[in-house]
Design a protein. Sequence first.
Length: 364
Amino acid sequence: MESKILELIQNLTNINSPSGNAYKAISYVKQKVEHLGYSTQLTNKGALIITVEGEDNERQRCITAHVDTLGAMVKEIKEDGRLTIDLIGGFKYNAIEGEYCQIETDSGETYTGTICLHETSVHVYRENEKIPRDIEHMEVRIDEKTTSKQETEGLGIEVGNFISFNPRTEITSSGFIKSRHLDDKASVAMILDLLERIKNEQIKLPHTIQFYISNNEEIGYGANASISNKIVEFIAFDMGALGEGQSSDEYTVSICAKDASGPYHKELKTHLVNLCKFNHIPYKIDIYPYYTSDASAALKAGADIKHGLFGAGIESSHALERTHIDSIHAAQNLLYAYCLSSINWNKYWQGRFIYVLYWIIITF
């Protein structure tokens, strides 16, 4: 089980899919779930919806995770043949300084390169640490014999081409997995694993669930459309943000109480916490100060939903990310418990209390 989920994450992170060019990653997920026997739907925006029918088809759930990642785009071809780049998603140039990358042309040709400061060499540029890492000074050095704008254009590279970053995915013997793109491909892998479990164990869900694999989350409008009006609860299965002042870590599941868009639904958050307590799932509740999700995007688009957010704790988000298999297992267990729980929270927990009370009575 452990090696299987890690292999899924590794396969997904190795697929280039910056926001706006996530077709290959969507195709990979589509092929996987259709092989399991699920029917799929592609939205006009290119997102993938997998609907799993449950006993109650009138009050449904939506669980979303995204395959799109941070990336860049060719802004200008410079006179020396190198590329000026514009960023896709929420991060700064310093997060990708020295990173290997791939430039994909509109014809599908791929070239490799390195993202570097123009004034990189300390043997030539004095005090280059003082130079700002911005669009004026950062560039892509292409791994081709090109020294002019014309030669680079001759390769088929042009303004508007997508640039993907080396995922750097590694799995350590101590249980860590690190990659640039754990956000949010770790969650997508966990959904794939859950869908296989549902199929293999012939699990009947209490409510129909729309698993929504979005492709534009990093630019703010992933799963904010094509949402059934039967959706009552909407979960963004994304990542927990770690850092100074945060309670989340790399070994538990992180449940979000509030992000930059405001508080998440109080009762749904409480339901998630109770599921963790009842099922002995290690968890932390947290606030993500500079973060928004597909759940908050859906609310802003006018969806009438109860929204929640949880996921594995990811260290150094939007940079060189890392988490531990313990956090992945905790997130998987909460995802499974949530999918099998009822939307009628009060009746659900009353039933659980009666069960526990009965177990105590017959035991003692």
